[in-house]
Design a protein around this ligand. Sequence first.
Ligand SMILES: *[C@@H]1O[C@H](CO)[C@@H](O)[C@H](O)[C@H]1NC(C)=O
Ligand SMILES: *[C@@H]1O[C@H](CO)[C@@H](O)[C@H](O)[C@H]1NC(C)=O
Ligand SMILES: *[C@@H]1O[C@H](CO)[C@@H](O)[C@H](O)[C@H]1NC(C)=O
Ligand SMILES: *[C@@H]1O[C@H](CO)[C@@H](O)[C@H](O)[C@H]1NC(C)=O
Ligand SMILES: *[C@@H]1O[C@H](CO)[C@@H](O)[C@H](O)[C@H]1NC(C)=O
Ligand SMILES: *[C@@H]1O[C@H](CO)[C@@H](O)[C@H](O)[C@H]1NC(C)=O
Length: 476
Amino acid sequence: MMKQDTIGHVLLVAAATICCGILAWRTLSLGRHVQEASIVQSRKGTKNALYTYSGENIKWAACGQVDNCPLECSSIEVPKDHFSINNFDNETFNIPLVRMRGKNATQNLLVNPGGPGGSGFAFMYDDALDIMDVIDESFHLLSFDPRGVNSSRPLATCYPDQGTRKRLSEIRATDPSRDSPDVYAWTANFVHACADTMGEAGRYINTPQTAADMNNILDAVRQDDMRVIIDGIANHFDWYGALIEGKDFIDTDKVLYGIFDECVKAGSNCTLSALADNSEELYRKFLDLTAKIRAEPISVYINSTLYGVLDYHSLWFNGGIRPRPSWPMDLGIHLKDGPSGPKYWPQGRTNLLDKLLPWYGNSSFAFAQNKLYYAKQQWRIPRTHGFVPRIDVETAHPLLVLSMTFDPVCPLASARVGAESFRGSRLVEVKGYGHCSQAMKSSCAVAHIRNFLQEGVLPDTHVQCEVDNEYYVKPE
Ligand SMILES: *[C@@H]1O[C@H](CO)[C@@H](O)[C@H](O)[C@H]1NC(C)=O
Ligand SMILES: *[C@@H]1O[C@H](CO)[C@@H](O)[C@H](O)[C@H]1NC(C)=O
Ligand SMILES: *[C@@H]1O[C@H](CO)[C@@H](O)[C@H](O)[C@H]1NC(C)=O
Ligand SMILES: *[C@@H]1O[C@H](CO)[C@@H](O)[C@H](O)[C@H]1NC(C)=O
Ligand SMILES: *[C@@H]1O[C@H](CO)[C@@H](O)[C@H](O)[C@H]1NC(C)=O
Ligand SMILES: *[C@@H]1O[C@H](CO)[C@@H](O)[C@H](O)[C@H]1NC(C)=O
């Protein structure tokens, strides 16, 4: 079996750039290292008990577990607009928090789940145990649903309910030119509904506001002196400044080739390797198959309630027979970070197509973002933040930047741009395929992460780390 994470991100190159998060922590001030929980409120037994830790400003409640590791939850209110002194109405966003306590920890590692659009609760359920291994339980893992996401309120959504989403979100977009008139007309409704559903709150759901929310979270647990790790990085100059984010997919073909290359290397562990003598031949056979399917889609019948058509678009962009993905949640945030709407984009369908077609010609994966660009062009909610990325930024502590060598959506080149933008930061590269450094195990990368978090020490130069585990294990 291919590692799920790798294949997931290669073939499911989702309709928007998905990037990993920011790990950030602040050391506790002296005198607050001992955190003893004390019950502050209890309703009929201990089930709903609220408790506090000395030195913190918030109350917690038990909220389930992952394997045998208990979780605790809390929430904070944050200003609707961190960047305006005119927040007269005192409106707030509610940011839910979730924490898994490290056995030998006195400090928190604050994890931004990334995306944007990722949920910190989903991160806890899916990835926290792996990260706990990496950090050797020497920190509590603290995460959150960013403003607009999942259980945070108000929500960034373009549909008032799931029924409406199901009913109205389907639009055929498999051919750049043929489907363009339909997608263009459909998008006019979509962006209108986004603005109506989110209302005024929509203006304040963006990444700079979320970064400021992270300061409020650190204040709530009374930590200061932040160190930052970033992992799986988009080109942030393009993210905030470019109309077409043309650098996202520069390594995607290499990752796809890597699936077949590693398959051949894995021999009998990868059944497909029997189909060819070498990597090039296996890759070529796969491309031939996709070309065939493009001309003649294949019907796949399981039974009368479960069947579908394997067509080129669902194979290439969704990695299988699936209903097409509906609009990803992160659209609402992505579009408000960068230049969207008539203020920045030439209007009219043919003007848009003139911009998109050359780009689609450049990369066989770029079309995955087709709907995103239609929405960018017609977007109605104004950008309200004034953040402009800079080079040569000096931070209190230099950053640790993590990247795979071949990442399907956040290429190494973008990680380099990130590392070069922050003075003194260092890049630790894991020499493998996948999205974000945790896609493959690397004891070398783990050593650098621990050194940075526990001792504050960065490597002297850019480091390349080998991958420890196999891409393919023997099928059961
Ligand atoms: C907002 O908060 C300030 C300071 O707490 C208070 O003086 C003011 O009355 C509040 N405004 C409204 C509209 O609630
Ligand atoms: C826990 O932390 C203490 C103090 O930093 C250290 O001496 C001890 O070795 C740690 N134990 C484990 C299991 O990491
Ligand atoms: C938030 O995300 C978690 C993890 O995916 C999920 O279990 C939960 O239902 C979500 N909550 C809401 C309100 O969507
Ligand atoms: C069809 O197959 C699916 C998956 O095995 C199963 O859940 C479903 O009940 C089946 N439907 C019928 C009508 O047999
Ligand atoms: C297409 O690729 C060429 C060469 O790599 C590059 O110069 C150009 O900017 C790309 N065009 C778009 C629209 O991304
Ligand atoms: C095949 O999978 C097994 C685990 O099932 C692993 O130990 C072995 O290293 C793998 N071999 C190759 C060549 O990847």
